[in-house]
Design a protein around this ligand. Structure first.
Ligand SMILES: Nc1nc2c(c(=O)[nH]1)N[C@H]1C(S)=C(S)[C@@H](COP(=O)(O)OP(=O)(O)OC[C@H]3O[C@@H](n4cnc5c(=O)[nH]c(N)nc54)[C@H](O)[C@@H]3O)O[C@H]1N2
Ligand SMILES: Nc1nc2c(c(=O)[nH]1)N[C@H]1C(S)=C(S)[C@@H](COP(=O)(O)OP(=O)(O)OC[C@H]3O[C@@H](n4cnc5c(=O)[nH]c(N)nc54)[C@H](O)[C@@H]3O)O[C@H]1N2
Ligand code: SF4
Ligand SMILES: [Mo]
Length: 884
């Protein structure tokens, strides 16, 4: 079942010999300066006419970068003697909106260093019997042995616990593919395999948007985007809350291009609200509003207070389209003084007026600035208000997300050109069918939040809807409410029956590294009486691989062919068909082949493949899509063109609702925008906190999008003497999460550092570039400090995704307050500091809610960091085939 380049091509795995590889990497590096493109830059117009890339390459094939950065870039891979020697960007389209050339960013252009990386997994591996998960003692075994043992264990677990003991882990490393897709979980080969095997426990939401995904149903009824970024041309003002497309959507034909092109042509004034002076503030911002993390809802309450006081709010919009803003527009039966206006005026339960002065104390933005911003945002008609997902990745991120929606509504912006919903920007796209995944359905009814799996391993059968957010399975493709609610709007309770006993993870580094609290995660996973089987398929020897029982070497996108959906933040809809550039390296296999072979061992091969090959399924995918959209190219045409694009025009979100709310009601119970949610009011009464973890400040469900002071939030930071600094972990250009995090040249260009304000640094005797410890009760990391005015005082940012590398604490001179209980993470993973305490409603990640302390490290620490940082991560694991 190995994918071959053409009939008759050798099917045995072929790694490039070290000699061939060195020869061609040498040539490629040597000619980089002469070619029409460089590995890091844009095409050089002066040389565009000359031969592009390597003149005597055997062939150039379309491929793609399929990681989860929110962009999707085609790559043209040049192949010589079976080895990829150059990576070229898109050379089609141009620089007009709707026909954009989709230029890959620095990461995509360094993909060769990821394909031929010393950390590449080469053979199936089994944790040596008698060793602990994480001991990194491996036995290389044959595929047959690996899959036979996994199948036997699966049968045993199924017989003992049933199918809900199987879990497909969250993972987004190849979400940009169809046949190799890793997300959404129910549209992955592993899910199809488990469906054929009798089902598995599914999860809802995702690590990107757990809080906002569960906030949506109670405000807008369902997920809506905001208008696309090209539509900002019609806005008078752009306001971005924690939205950083210039770093999180780096494709040169995508959001980065669209936002800058609109700014260049239309000059729309842009305000960026972020604790950091992000790359987006640098490139697009006319004003940076620095606020304390987790306080947007307070800032917004302060602004809306001014709008109401000065009658600048859009009362007509609120009356016609919303419920809950004032006492005259409340659902029947809501208590008196429970409207948002009552909350502002101090008539609600807390009795406090939400004046700009009140807000300033919380968020750190001066009251005068709040007044000025309120007037400007209310008077700019229309205003394009968007949020990234940083604001909601907090302890009560659900309320923050709704508060930003609310600002868009109070200013009357949803559904009109130049306006928006306060959600993240939308974009044009192609509607691609997905027959491989829709055909076989998961018989299991239960579903948990994506962040609850460690709890379900630990104490699954005690978890239910009210204490842990256990839900019932949504309809495929519907990102909606998972908490069942009866006809009287009363929530119903559902329980898990068995714990998770088997975890399958593919293109994911979320076992340990991307979930949170690395040290606690390791402790839960090391108890083999809990989770009995962990199977990881990846291309790299990742942090998660270290803690697995079986590690299966997967192929990378360049060793496969597939279809990839585009994403650009603007009017262009596009998709990419990639060709296989090289034979699978070493003994790697595609996830389709792995699942097919495992299915055979489970006697369900026919059910899994449906009697079709990988290519048959891809052809069917395009054929089915063409039934709905006949303009799309056929599979064979698409293969030749690589990228297909068309201008689909701007997205104006909620246009139908704005034009006729009676004919196009929302899916909320009232059909309107619900500023006050009766369902949340009812859920608040039955929701239980503190069953598995202590109840902390902010563990509440509020019917209104009010500010909630949370555990380890801005207010606790001011009280906490031991850990007074708020820590966030922004998404970083050096990596996509952990992916590309072991590419040496990217590490050199984008070093892992803790961003901190000079005020905080001076107080601690820390200078730019010093090695520091950042620590709290959950762990200690060691990394370099980046002392900069680009972050608000009192806040530190450690870019998320660095590879957790724990070393014994006895080898370090720990500062006061850092306990020796935990190892010291010298890789600088922010998840060594984060908590597993879930958000109240969504049971989601609170990744950006952390308090910690910083201290300067002992001399010699910097050298130690450097030494570990630049080494392959597989260097010290026993039993893994190393580079020859
Ligand atoms: N503290 C903190 N933690 C966070 C976040 C945060 O903001 N702060 N953000 C969260 C978010 S939004 C997300 S989406 C998650 C992401 O978490 P993950 O989805 O786990 O993301 P990655 O770390 O990129 O892991 C992807 C894996 O896919 C593998 N992979 C890449 N390409 C290929 C391929 O071609 N073939 C195969 N077989 N494998 C491949 C990579 O080697 C990598 O191990 O992290 C979350 N974690
Ligand atoms: N280069 C790169 N690009 C990526 C990724 C990556 O790892 N690297 N990951 C991709 C993925 S899967 C996702 S989900 C997206 C993530 O996209 P986002 O979730 O939007 O990214 P973040 O960096 O978490 O947050 C965006 C901004 O919010 C700020 N912020 C943090 N807390 C707050 C707050 O309380 N209030 C306000 N107003 N701002 C706050 C941060 O400083 C940051 O600048 O990015 C995608 N793109
Ligand atoms: S990381 Fe994202 S922006 Fe960069 S090449 Fe890959 S898909 Fe494009
Ligand atoms: Mo994400």
């Amino acid at each position: 079942m190995t994918q071959t380049l053409s009939p008759g091509a050798p099917t045995e795995p072929q790694g490039p010999s070290r000699r061939t590889f060195l020869k061609w990497s040498g040539v490629a590096a040597g000619v980089a300066g002469l070619a029409a493109t460089t590995d890091l830059g844009m095409p050089d117009p002066a040389q565009a006419a000359s031969t592009e890339g390597l003149a005597d390459a055997d062939r150039t094939v379309w491929s793609a970068c399929t990681v989860n950065c929110g962009s999707r870039c085609p790559l043209r891979l040049q192949v010589k003697d079976g080895t990829i020697v150059r990576v070229l960007p898109d050379n089609t389209g141009d620089d007009t909106l709707g026909n954009q050339r989709v230029r890959a960013c620095v990461r995509g252009r360094s993909i060769r260093q990821r394909i031929y990386n010393p950390d590449r997994l080469k053979k199936p591996m089994k944790r040596k019997p008698g060793t602990k998960r994480g001991d990194e003692q491996w036995e290389e075994i044959s595929w047959d042995q690996a899959l036979t043992e996994i199948a036997d264990k699966m049968k045993e677990i199924k017989a003992k616990y049933g199918n809900e003991a199987f879990y497909v882990q969250y993972g987004t490393g190849t979400l940009g593919s169809v046949m190799s897709c890793s997300w959404p979980p129910n549209a992955t080969p592993q899910a199809r395999l488990l469906n054929a095997f009798g089902g598995y426990l599914d999860h809802y939401s995702d690590y990107s948007t757990t809080a906002i995904t569960q906030a949506y149903p109670y405000f807008y009824g369902a997920w809506v985007n905001s208008n696309s970024f090209d539509d900002v041309s019609h806005a008078k003002l752009q306001v971005m809350f924690g939205n950083n497309p210039l770093e999180t959507r780096m494709s040169g034909g995508g959001h980065t291009f669209v936002t800058q092109e609109i700014k260049r042509k239309h000059g729309v004034r842009t305000i960026v609200i972020d604790p950091r002076y992000s790359d987006t503030s640098v490139a697009l911002g006319d004003e940076w509003v620095a606020l304390r993390p987790g306080t947007d809802a307070a800032l917004i309450a302060g602004m809306i207070y001014v709008m109401v006081e000065e009658n600048l709010h859009d009362q007509a919009f609120l009356d016609k389209y919303c419920i809950g803003f004032d006492e005259a527009h409340m659902p029947e039966g809501a208590p008196v003084n429970s409207s948002y206006r009552s909350y502002l005026e101090g008539k609600g339960a807390d009795g406090v007026a939400k004046t700009p002065e009140w807000a300033a104390d919380i968020c750190g933005v001066p009251a005068a600035t709040i007044r000025r911003l309120a007037r400007e945002i209310a008077n700019a008609k229309p205003a394009a208000i968007t949020q990234g997902w940083g604001p909601q990745r907090h302890a009560n991120g659900e309320n923050t997300a709704r508060a930003i929606f609310l600002l868009a509504c109070v200013t009357g912006n949803p559904g009109i050109p130049g306006g928006g919903t306060g959600a993240r920007e939308g974009a044009a796209g192609l509607a691609i069918a997905n027959p491989f995944y829709t055909e076989l359905v998961n018989p299991s009814e239960k579903i948990i939040s994506c962040f609850s799996w460690l709890d379900a391993i630990d104490h699954g059968p005690q978890m239910n809807t009210f204490n842990a957010g256990v839900g019932v399975k949504p309809k495929p493709g519907v990102r909606a409410l998972k908490v069942p609610i009866d006809e009287n709007m009363q929530p119903e309770n559902t329980s898990l029956e068995v714990p998770i006993k088997a975890v399958f993870q593919y293109a994911s580094n979320s076992l340990v590294n991307q979930t949170g609290n690395n040290n606690e995660s390791v402790t839960i996973l090391q108890d083999e009486s809990k989770c009995e089987l962990i199977v990881t398929t990846d291309i790299m020897y990742t942090v998660s691989a270290r803690y697995s029982d079986y590690v299966l070497p997967g192929t990378s996108t360049s060793e496969e062919f597939d279809y990839h959906d585009g994403a650009n933040g603007g009017p262009m809809a596009y998709g990419i068909v990639s060709e296989q550039a090289i034979e699978p390296l070493y003994e790697t296999k595609s996830i389709f082949d792995i699942c097919t072979e495992l299915a055979a061992k489970l006697d369900i091969e026919q059910e899994f493949t449906g009697g079709k090959s990988r290519e048959d399924w891809l052809r069917l995918t395009i054929e089915e899509s063409r039934k709905k959209d006949p303009e799309l190219p056929t599979w064979d045409e698409w293969k030749k063109m690589g990228i297909y694009r068309r201008n689909a025009g701007p997205v104006i979100a909620m246009k139908d609702f704005r034009e006729d709310p009676q004919a196009n009601p929302l899916s909320t119970p009232s059909g309107k925008i619900e500023i006050y949610s009766e369902r949340l009011a009812k859920m608040a009464k039955v929701w239980e906190f503190g069953v598995f973890r202590p109840v902390l400040a902010g563990d509440v469900i509020k019917p209104l999008p009010e500010f909630v002071a949370t555990w380890e939030g801005a207010l606790e930071a001011q009280e906490n003497k031991d850990y007074p600094l708020q820590v966030i972990g922004h998404h970083f250009k050096g990596r996509t999460h952990s992916t590309y995090g072991n590419v040496k040249m990217l590490k050199e260009a984008h070093t892992q550092t803790a961003w901190m304000n000079p005020t905080d640094a001076e107080q601690r005797g820390i200078k730019n570039g010093d090695a520091v410890y950042v620590f709290n009760e959950r762990g200690t990391v060691q990394l370099r400090a980046y002392v900069t005015q680009r972050i608000i005082p009192g806040t530190v940012s450690i870019p998320q995704g660095a590879w957790y590398k724990p070393l014994p604490s006895a080898d370090f001179s720990l500062p006061k307050g850092a306990d020796g209980k935990h190892p010291v993470d010298i890789g600088g993973s922010v998840n060594t500091l984060t908590s597993l305490h879930p958000t109240p409603l969504a049971k989601g990640l609170p990744s950006h809610t952390v308090l910690a302390q910083i201290a300067k490290a002992e001399s010699g620490a910097l050298e130690k960091i450097e030494d570990v940082y630049y080494k392959p991560y597989s260097a010290n694991a026993a039993g893994i085939s190393k580079e020859d």
